[in-house]
Design a protein around this ligand. Structure first.
Ligand code: SF4
Ligand code: SF4
Length: 279
């Protein structure tokens, strides 16, 4: 059967918060029995956007990771909450029953992603419902996927085999995969969140010009880990490197002495200005 999956592209999100606001528009002040009671005016982030900066001035990238409930297949919230209060629907959406869960604040602590919030007024634990009330009316979008101006959020209603194929083809990854929760929310271009880069600006000493076209090779233990080419500003970025890894970086240009350095990437690193001298 077709199941609910959400794909979020880290390379497309620019932190406009439209998804966050669409969620507020849908759920604040609106009861949707038997799915959910109204979200309070403040304090809840059913779509929570995390932010991270990589690199150092002048080569800096900012990446955003919108995170709703992951609708996990191996969901700690279902396993650890009082029986029947949190359950999985056949289409993969995980729900908190607003009646049965009333008076159980301990449910909030069962989610390792921090995706469950306490509604003090209604005395109930709440989270993203996957827009189940709309899906059941035939919607093929969630409010967040519908509103995203960059197409960063995509609702995919597909069976598990189709989804496995898409996951492999698009290189989709789980956030905090080590938790082993098998989330139904997967991320594209996730390297921008969990990998690091090495970068620099390269110039020629004799001409004082940007070294456009200089070739960069990054090796780890003698094997190639990445490569790049300096752009017209002389800048390069070699991405998708492992956090904490030790790498040898070599910059080469015809007619100039090669530059080499060893780095340990505890974070994305801008090496600053590399000046190539005539051979
Ligand atoms: S609406 Fe789209 S681009 Fe805007 S914050 Fe949400 S995911 Fe990012
Ligand atoms: S993200 Fe948290 S609340 Fe959502 S299904 Fe997984 S464990 Fe449950």
């Amino acid at each position: 059967m077709r199941k609910w999956n959400l794909i979020i592209d880290c390379a497309r999100c620019h932190d406009c918060n439209d998804c966050f606001l669409a969620d507020k528009d849908e759920f604040v002040g609106n009861d949707f029995p038997p799915y959910s009671v109204a979200q309070p005016w403040s304090g809840h982030r059913w779509m929570n956007i995390h932010r991270k900066e990589r690199g150092q001035v002048p080569i800096v990238q900012v990446v955003y990771l919108p995170q709703p409930c992951m609708h996990c297949e191996e969901a700690p919230c279902i396993k650890k909450s009082p029986a029947g209060t949190v359950y999985k629907r056949e289409d993969g959406i995980n729900m908190i029953d607003p009646v049965k869960a009333k008076g159980h604040p301990e449910i909030v602590e069962t989610c390792p992603y921090g995706a469950i919030y306490w509604n003090e007024e209604a005395q109930v634990a709440q989270k993203c419902t996957g827009c189940a009330h709309l899906i059941d009316e035939g919607w093929t979008e969630t409010r967040c996927s519908q509103v995203c101006p960059t197409g960063a959020i995509k609702l995919v209603l597909a069976d598990d085999a189709e989804m496995a194929k898409m996951t492999a083809a698009e290189g989709l990854e789980a956030y905090q995969a080590g938790l082993g929760t098998k989330p139904r929310v997967l991320y594209k271009n996730f390297y921008r969140w969990d990998k690091v880069f090495v970068s620099a600006s390269v110039a020629y000493k004799d001409t004082d010009e940007c070294a456009e076209g200089a070739k960069v090779t990054v090796q780890s233990g003698g094997a190639k880990a990445g490569e790049g080419v300096a752009n017209n500003y002389g800048e390069f970025v070699v991405d998708k490197l492992g956090l904490g890894g030790r790498y040898d970086v070599t910059v080469e240009a015809p007619g100039y002495q090669a530059y080499s350095t060893a780095v340990t990437l505890d974070k994305s690193l801008n090496l600053g200005l590399i000046v190539l001298e005539k051979a």
